[in-house]
Design a protein around this ligand. Structure first.
Ligand SMILES: NC(=O)c1ccc[n+]([C@@H]2O[C@H](COP(=O)([O-])OP(=O)(O)OC[C@H]3O[C@@H](n4cnc5c(N)ncnc54)[C@H](O)[C@@H]3O)[C@@H](O)[C@H]2O)c1
Length: 254
């Protein structure tokens, strides 16, 4: 499949995890990939690997986000896909009883304000072209509650979901699709390390996943590739769950 032949894709948080897997997937389908990341080493390595361009970007800075999309257009001539994916989940964001205002605001800035900024500065380019596809990374926690709370993270992802829905509706007739990707828990190095140390913690979560395991980043990337491509031409304003069945489950298989 070469669904992205000649298309220009910007991926925030493209240096690691889901962003990196998506960069690989879209590049393999012909995309010209622009990686934006605050981590210059990881971002540059990713861009080199996929034959793309790295733009050092802190997604909480309006100036840098505006420059990112302008750079993509200047360098490659269009902006076809924006995968607004950078996000954090720091340990100090925990129960509402213990999470301070600083931690709350930091997570809101990186996870929610960044998506507002990226959409704000991607959409004008797409309107000019009369087409474009935006995928914003939310999470399954945007649609269900966890007793193991990360209060600001969850609220930020709920915000991403609501904002995405509204933008999808507002710009639908201008040829711009906007969808929210809601991954379930992904098998990342951090998660593996955490659960190796604490198997009970892993078991408490895995019991809720009908498929009985966490997602691989490549499985999330495959969903992004679908949503971002013309195969999803009738899908907009959606909450696209890639969660191994978690959000549909009551009793899981033994
Ligand atoms: N991993 C999971 O289980 C999971 C589940 C659901 C949703 N998500 C979401 O998926 C997205 C990607 O997560 P991941 O697991 O691949 O994480 P990751 O930590 O592997 O990658 C995130 C990338 O974002 C970059 N980043 C962080 N702050 C930034 C900033 N201010 N400006 C620019 N770049 C910044 C990091 O340097 C890193 O390269 C996040 O939005 C996360 O909330 C992850």
């Amino acid at each position: 499949m070469q669904r992205f032949d000649g298309r220009v894709v910007v991926i925030t948080g493209g240096g690691s995890g889901i962003g990196l897997a998506t960069a690989r997937r879209l590049a393999s389908e012909g995309a010209k990939v622009v990686i934006a990341d605050i981590d210059a080493d990881a971002g540059k390595a990713a861009a080199d690997e996929v034959g793309g361009e790295f733009v050092a970007t802190d997604v909480t800075s309006e100036e840098q986000v505006e420059a990112l999309f302008q750079t993509a257009v200047d360098r490659f001539g269009s902006l076809d896909v924006a995968f607004n994916n950078a996000g954090i989940s720091p340990p100090e964001d925990d129960s509402i009883l213990t999470t301070g205002l600083d931690a709350w605001q930091k997570v809101q800035q990186v996870n929610l304000t960044s998506v507002y900024l990226c959409c704000k500065h991607a959409i004008p380019h797409m309107r000019r072209q009369g087409k474009g596809s935006i995928v914003n990374t939310a999470s399954f926690v945007a649609v269900m509650g966890a007793a193991t709370s990360q209060i600001s993270y969850t609220a930020s992802k709920g915000g991403v979901l609501a904002m995405t829905r509204e933008l999808g509706v507002q710009f639908a007739r201008e040829g711009i699709r906007v969808n929210a990707l809601c991954p379930g828990p992904v098998n990342t190095p951090l998660l593996r390390e955490l659960f190796a140390k604490d198997p009970e913690r892993a078991a408490r979560r895995l019991v809720h996943v009908p498929l009985g395991r966490f997602a691989e980043p490549e499985e999330i990337a495959a969903a992004v590739a679908f949503l971002a491509s013309d195969d999803a031409s009738f899908i907009t304003a959606s909450q696209f769950l890639v969660d191994g069945g978690i959000s549909g489950a009551y009793v899981t298989p033994l």
